[in-house]
Structures are given as C-alpha cells and as structure tokens.
Design a protein around this ligand. Structure first.
Ligand SMILES: Cc1cc2nc3c(=O)[nH]c(=O)nc-3n(C[C@H](O)[C@H](O)[C@H](O)COP(=O)(O)OP(=O)(O)OC[C@H]3O[C@@H](n4cnc5c(N)ncnc54)[C@H](O)[C@@H]3O)c2cc1C
Length: 499
C-alpha cells in the first residue's frame, strides 16, 4: 500500500516536496492555512493589476525547471521563462545610474569605464568565486546534514576551509575592486537573503556571480506562475491541496510523528514534512516540551533572524519609460542604512528596490498602466522591538514616496496611484507565520548555516522532516526548492531503511 504523507504549508518548498513524493509513488496531502498556494510566492490582484507578493528575481532557472523535469514533464508547459538584459539598473545619488548587463560584451565596457584595474579585479572575483561556488554547491548546499559525522569529518572540514567564508561580503569584494560603486554593486545582494553585506559571511558574494554567469530571468505572469505551475502538476499527479486548513499540531507518539491536527481533527500519516517556518513550527506545532529538545521556546527566541521588508504594491495609471524591470536606488549613506536595518531602526534614508513586471509582461497591468512593487529592507520585529502601527505605516509611506522622487522614472509616482497595498513585517508574520516577520527566515550566519542550521530531517522525532527558508540550505526560491529535494531524499532513505 502507498505510504501517506502530510505536508504543512503550500509554500514553494512544500509544493516542490509534494511533486517529488507523488512522482515517487507516495500519497500526498498538503495543508495550507491561507486561501491560496505559494506562501510568500503569492499574488495580489486588484483592478486588473497583478503583483507578486514576495520573490521577483529569478536566478538559477535550471533549479525551477528541475521540479517539473523530475516528474517527467516539460517545464515549458508549466512556466514560461525569459532572460533579462539588462539585469537591473542601479542608481547612486540623484544623477548617477547604471544599467547592469550579464552579457560580457556589454558589461566589460562598463567595468573599463570605472578603471581597467577594476575590470581585471572583477574577472578575478568571478574566477575565484566560481571555484568557491562549486565547493558550496557540491559539498554544502546539495548535501543534507543528518548527524555530526556528516560535517565533522576530514574531507568536509577541508572543504569548509576552502570556502573561505570568515570574511564579510563587503570586505571580500573590496579585495578585488576599488571603485565604491562596484563594491556596492557586488555586495548589496546579501540583502536578498536578509543579512548585512558588512556582517554576512563572504560566501554570499556568490550571488552576484550567479546573476552574471547564469543570468537573471523572468517568469511570465510573475513568480506566482511557478506556484500555480507546481499546484497544477500536483493535482495531475493525484495529490491533494487543502487550502484554508491551518495545522494546529504535529502529533508525536513515543518520539515518532504519526499525524497532524487540523480544524480540531486528528489525521494519521506515515510521514510529515513541515514547510511552515521552522521556528514557528517548533514553538507552536510541537506541543510537548520533551519533543522540542534543543529548540525550546527560549532557544528559538535567542536565534538570529534575517531582516524584513516594507512593501508597497502600486498600480499606477501611466507608463514608466526610463526604468528597467528591476531598479535599485542606494541610500545616500548606504553604511548607515544597513546598520539601521540590523540595529532595529526604520531607515530614514532607505535603499529602495522597484520591480516593474508590466514593462515586459503586459498581463501584469491594464493597458497604458504599470504595476510597481516597491521594496524597502527594514528590521525584523524582534530587533525592531514592536509591531508596525497604522501611524508607522502612514509615516513610512511618506519616506518611501519621497525617496522615489529622486529615482529616475519614478519621480511623480505618488500622483498617479490607482491601487496602493502595503505589507509590513506584521503581514508576513500574520499571513505566513514567518517568525518575527523575518521574510528570509533564520539569518544565515556562520553559526546558523550548513550543519548548524536546523536539519532537513528532525534530529529528535522520527518520521518528521523540514523544508523551507529557515532550514538547510537557506532562503531564496532556488535554495528552498533544494531544501525540498533534501527533505524528500531524507524521508525516502528512511522509508527504504524501514522495509
Ligand atoms: C518580499 C520578499 C522578496 C523576496 N525576493 C526573492 C527573490 O527575488 N528571489 C528569490 O529567489 N527569493 C526571494 N525571496 C525569498 C523567497 O520568497 C522565499 O525564500 C521562499 O518563497 C520561501 O518559501 P518557503 O516554502 O520556505 O516558505 P513560505 O513561502 O513561507 O511557505 C510556508 C507556507 O506554510 C504556510 N503555513 C504556515 N503555518 C501553517 C500552518 N500552521 N498550517 C498550514 N500552513 C501553514 C504558510 O501560509 C505558507 O504558505 C523573497 C521573499 C520575500 C518575502
């Protein structure tokens, strides 16, 4: 008889886990607390405008495609991807703006315009970071850590040293290039995973390298199309997705997960995969303190969390001409901006990212109009020390509109707004149970990475597995899709061993 699996949460990782398990012959039921699938990879629709809620930047497209290929399907039948060139525009101050290409014949003249020495430094950076990336991918990212000996063995310790990750990202980049703009251009990406370029481990300098060598892509219909594509495939493979179905408890008997409780009813399963945020899951879904073991409520509260975001989804009734699909404007004082975010202060002079999908995807906004996604990194709720009030939102909105006045193409945005929706860290906490509203989960500090990050297989409870941002290997869509692959392979290994 087919074994049964309950997945808690229909985020990117939960959906990808379901596809793999169904293909491998298991019965799968997904329970999602919200009305729609996708988790942070969700969509807001109003008056013909469509906005991705969370992720917008598609990197490592082959990882997205692999989910469908694993099930023997052609990914093109589920998601339509195109490569972006330029990958983004970067604005420094009021007048300095650069469009950055991942096409070497376009990128090189830009680098040389800064200096030939910096162009040379850039190529050295790509070479040495690619070497580190291969080690990270083959020995850490795509490997699950079940027990201490998976990490504490001579080969892994050598590889960990070869990762050379003790420096911070900004200092690491500074070894290769001198130009301050270029240093920012190659280090701000640690914010994609919610950590500071001045503190985050230098291994995350692989992100701009990945953008360059594999490109930045766009999925037609926005990222939400990926969630829809996976949900469609799950149904075709015979899986069930129950939305509006919050799980209240993971039932554990004698150290073994045997089911879940949803809407007051206990349901038995052979295995459980929790895609719900790990800290939330340990605190709220595992009730008995003896099953929490190391992850007591106190431990969960003392862990480090990634930053969060203040997001404005704006439908505007005009076209934006001088902008790209992804646009970033740095704060005048970037260092202060970063230290504010990680010291719990809402930045008064923020860095702002504006995504305009309707520039290349007409279906994202009504004709002649544009849908804007305006993101500002802000502190997560633990560091901020309090939730956002309506007054905070009103005041911060002004700061963001004001900053946009200095952004090329977005100067008068406020005068053309037809739809305005705002998400604060409160929303990410309330809607998706993101602990502390930390949009990228547990911070990937050295002591919360690889073996030290919560594992994909529970260390304390049999038949319980974890996927998603706060567990190994970390946050970002391709990375949580990898966490799904690892959680499923751990589960299937145990299932084979139990026969
Ligand atoms: C604003 C923002 C911008 C981002 N930008 C990018 C980007 O450009 N590129 C990129 O690659 N990544 C980006 N990311 C990161 C990426 O979106 C996430 O890492 C990824 O989507 C997380 O997926 P997940 O499956 O781990 O978690 P989630 O999406 O959080 O899914 C967890 C699911 O569990 C559900 N759940 C929680 N508790 C329960 C319960 N008790 N019962 C039932 N269901 C429950 C939640 O509702 C949710 O649907 C961004 C994230 C955010 C928030």
């Amino acid at each position: 008889m087919k074994k049964s699996i309950a997945i808690i949460g229909a985020g990117a990782a939960g959906l990808a886990s379901a596809v793999r398990l169904l293909k491998d012959g298991y019965n799968v039921d997904i329970y999602e607390k919200e009305k729609t699938v996708g988790g942070k990879m969700n969509r807001i629709e109003e008056k013909g405008f469509k906005f991705d809620v969370g992720p917008t930047i598609v990197m490592m497209p082959e990882v997205y495609r692999e989910v469908f290929e694993y099930a023997g399907k052609n990914p093109d039948d589920y998601i339509s991807m195109e490569r972006l060139d330029p990958i983004y525009s970067l604005q420094y101050g009021i007048n300095e703006r650069y469009t950055v290409s991942s096409d070497l014949t376009k990128l090189t003249p830009f680098l040389e315009s800064l200096s030939e020495k910096d162009a040379e430094g850039y190529f050295k950076y790509i070479y040495s970071t690619y070497k580190r990336y291969l080690i990270a991918k083959n020995y850490f990212i795509e490997k699950s850590f079940r027990s201490a000996k998976d990490f504490y063995n001579p080969e892994m310790l050598v590889k960990a040293l070869q990762l050379k990750t003790f420096n911070n990202a900004y200092n690491e980049i500074s070894k290769y290039v001198k130009d301050e703009k270029l240093r920012k251009m190659l280090s701000f990406q640690t914010l994609y995973i919610g950590i500071s370029p001045h503190n985050g481990p230098s291994i995350y300098t692989i992100i701009p390298m990945i953008e360059t060598i594999y490109g930045v892509w766009y999925i037609k219909g926005g990222m939400y199309s990926m969630a829809q594509g996976m949900a469609k495939l799950i149904k075709e493979l015979g899986g069930n997705i129950y939305t509006d179905s919050p799980v209240e408890e993971i039932i554990i008997n004698s150290g073994k997960a045997t089911g879940i409780k949803t809407n007051g009813i206990n349901k038995n399963y052979d295995y459980i995969i929790a895609n719900s945020d790990f800290p939330y899951t340990m605190k709220n879904l595992i009730k008995d303190i003896k099953n929490k073991r190391k992850y007591t409520d106190k431990k969960i509260d003392s862990m480090d969390y990634s930053c969060s975001v203040f997001l404005m989804y704006l439908g505007i009734n005009k076209k934006v001409h001088s902008a790209e699909v992804h646009n970033i404007s740095f704060a005048d004082d970037f260092e202060k901006n970063i230290s504010d975010i990680f010291e719990g202060i809402d930045p008064k002079d923020p860095s702002v990212y504006v995504h305009v999908p309707s520039k290349i995807d007409p279906g994202m906004a009504p004709e002649g109009k544009e849908s804007l996604y305006v993101l500002v990194p802000v502190p997560e709720l633990k560091t901020r020390g309090k939730k956002w009030t309506q007054e905070d939102i009103k005041n911060y909105k002004k700061i963001v509109y004001n900053k946009m006045k200095s952004m090329k193409g977005f100067e008068n945005t406020e005068n053309f707004v037809e739809v305005e929706k705002i998400y604060t860290p409160n929303d990410f906490e309330e809607k998706f149970n993101a602990y502390n509203g930390a949009t990228f989960g547990l911070a990937p500090t050295l002591m919360q990475s690889n073996y030290f990050r919560p594992h994909n297989k529970s260390s304390y409870t049999d038949n319980l597995y974890f996927c998603g941002s706060s567990v190994h290997p970390g946050a970002g869509v391709p990375i949580v899709l990898t966490s799904a692959k690892l959680a499923v392979s751990e589960l299937e290994k145990d299932d084979r061993d139990s026969l």
